[in-house]
Design a protein around this ligand. Structure first.
Ligand code: HEM
Length: 183
């Protein structure tokens, strides 16, 4: 994944747990580069190793950390150079979720080697169901956090429930999402 993702993880860990924790995590993950370059592609293993090393260091479940990283990512991306593209892609949780593929396609103009996920959205009563397609395994908890982070972005209270899981044999990971304006 592009260095931007690893930089966001570094920012999260440094903010919440301090620079020393980040140094230990990086070392544990076997990463020798002192800093990541935003626009450079790194093997996915780098990101996965960092996340696993963090989970071991903090003795927290990997899924919980990925979810927290998802929430953090939206706030981080918002204050970065592509934040305007994200905000222009929707004005509510449902709208942004429905336009994530178009949004990543716009971002791919700056990141030509981007291999983004794909999201398909369909209404179900007052909720929506989001199908998440990716060639990368294990990131469903990250997606849950991302959707929660989108809710926060729009001042909405959001519940996310995973209703189908590739780990349990489904063909796709699916989430039921309910959002309403926070009171
Ligand atoms: C300004 C906002 C955003 C930017 C700049 C951005 C950029 C990126 C980048 C660079 C990657 C790594 C993929 C690669 O390097 O091949 C990525 C992955 C990903 N993005 Fe975004 N993204 C943004 C917002 C979002 C939002 C709001 C979601 C909400 C669901 C999202 C969902 C994901 C997921 C799940 C991945 C992991 C890769 C995978 O599942 O295969 N992104 N994005």
């Amino acid at each position: 994944m592009y260095g931007m993702v690893n930089q966001a993880l570094e920012a999260l860990v440094t903010e919440r747990f301090g620079a020393e924790t980040w140094m230990s995590v990086r070392q544990k993950a076997g990463i020798s580069d002192p800093a990541f370059i935003t626009m450079k592609q790194y093997p996915d293993e780098v990101t996965y190793s960092l996340a696993v090393a963090l989970s071991e260091h903090l003795q927290e479940p990997l899924a919980d950390l990925l979810r927290a990283f998802g929430v953090y990512w939206v706030a981080y991306a918002r204050r970065g150079p592509w934040g305007r593209i994200m905000l222009a892609s929707g004005s509510s949780t449902y709208e942004l979720l429905a336009s994530l593929d178009a949004m990543h396609a716009r971002i791919a103009i700056s990141f030509p080697e981007l291999r983004p996920p794909s999201f398909k959205v369909r209404p179900e009563g007052h909720s929506i169901v989001v199908d998440y397609h990716s060639h990368r395994p294990g990131l469903a908890p990250f997606v849950i956090g991302l959707i929660e982070g989108i809710g926060t972005l729009f001042g909405e209270s959001v519940t996310v429930e995973q209703v189908a899981s590739k780990d349990a044999g489904a063909t796709v990971d699916s989430f039921r999402v309910s959002a309403c304006k926070a009171s």
